[in-house]
Design a protein around this ligand. Sequence first.
Ligand SMILES: Cc1cc2nc3c(=O)[nH]c(=O)nc-3n(C[C@H](O)[C@H](O)[C@H](O)COP(=O)(O)OP(=O)(O)OC[C@H]3O[C@@H](n4cnc5c(N)ncnc54)[C@H](O)[C@@H]3O)c2cc1C
Length: 242
Amino acid sequence: MEMRMTQVHEVIDLAPHMRRIVLMGEELSSFPTDMESAHVKVIVPRPGQEKPELAPHSGMKKYMRSYTIRHFDKNWHLLTLDFVVNRHEGLCTNWAKNAKVGDFLGIAGPGPVKHKDFNADWHLLLGDITAFPAIAATLERLPQTARGAIYIHVPSAEDKQELTLPDNMNLHWLINDDNSQNILLECLKNAEVLEGKPAVFIAAEGAHVQAMLGYLKSAPYYDKELTYTSGYWNAARKPRKS
Ligand SMILES: Cc1cc2nc3c(=O)[nH]c(=O)nc-3n(C[C@H](O)[C@H](O)[C@H](O)COP(=O)(O)OP(=O)(O)OC[C@H]3O[C@@H](n4cnc5c(N)ncnc54)[C@H](O)[C@@H]3O)c2cc1C
């Protein structure tokens, strides 16, 4: 996986629990375009260091996490990532919370685009706030004729953000500060089923996603090839020590 060194160009608070970090750097000149909604691995500096170590080494994983490409500007070498903040204590969320213009961040990747078929018969997108950047970027890539539904779970009404979406994609916001309830599962069970096969995108807390996948497998419209599910974080995980 190619590693690139970047620096913070801009910090923007989008919502109480979402901070945008725009990264820049000459090494982004070779970063691929059209990868919005795919993820990169970010590599934060070790404690007491200014720059992250980008040469592969044992223990590197400790300093890496996955974040979604919200936007990439090839002309200006600007990569936009949106970080959930003020929800938990963790290496990356803390890095984002303290980020200042000029701070260094390593980038590895990108990985593949998540949504399985932008031209599917219909689309079903469900995610919590960590998946908001992926859902927002996916919606921007859908054709204007796309049909289906989107369910986004955010902790507060102030976390609702503007989305650009096709007219026939119905957007549902779920506002609940309690991460322990799998409210997306209930939405999935009650979602309107359209004709044909949907491309499904589901990303949220790991155990919740597992439960949703369990339900999905029994749904008549389920097609493995058209389904992306991923645990974007795990509630059961103990904070990793740096
Ligand atoms: C493909 C992919 C794309 C992703 N894209 C994004 C993105 O664009 N923006 C984004 O913010 N996140 C995104 N995530 C999720 C992000 O990688 C995790 O939330 C990650 O654990 C955050 O790292 P951390 O260092 O802050 O916390 P960690 O050190 O990993 O975890 C510390 C503690 O915090 C808990 N925790 C971790 N994340 C959360 C959370 N969101 N809410 C509550 N508790 C949490 C853990 O259970 C653990 O106990 C993505 C994940 C994947 C797999």
